[in-house]
Design a protein around this ligand. Sequence first.
Ligand SMILES: [Zn+2]
Length: 155
Amino acid sequence: MSNLAAPPAECQRCTQRGREYFVYHLEGRYDFDVDRARVFTSDGREAVELEEESTRLSLEGCTMDEAHIDHVDPTIPGLIAHVFHTTPEGEELAGHVLIDGNHRAARCLRDGLPFRAYLLTEDESRAILLRAPRPRRRESVYSQAEGQDGKPGED
Ligand SMILES: [Zn+2]
């Protein structure tokens, strides 16, 4: 027993309780309400299987707790949200981020198992966003196309 990974009872990640959040950086910080995302995705929708390369990319920059990888159930799908950002030049950046299931994804990669995830819609992704970078003004871009009040549209 002594050379095995710490049992779940001694693993901080296994024993942590309370609401779960995920923080992501795309030209600024995003905080997601993972618990609310789980409510959305428990509506019977099907999880999609990620390509191995996508799974690998989704883990880039993630902080991994190696010991915890053995404690997770790789058959439980992860959660993927959309993220949006408008650059000062008015360029819209969009991406996907794995907000739940990083260790399950790592386990699947390591063990050659398929990794599946539930996709949140764009609306759901916005609804679970607790914090996002403040959009910066696009002085010249929206004055004509999006109305006389000079505010950007709800895009
Ligand atoms: Zn653990």
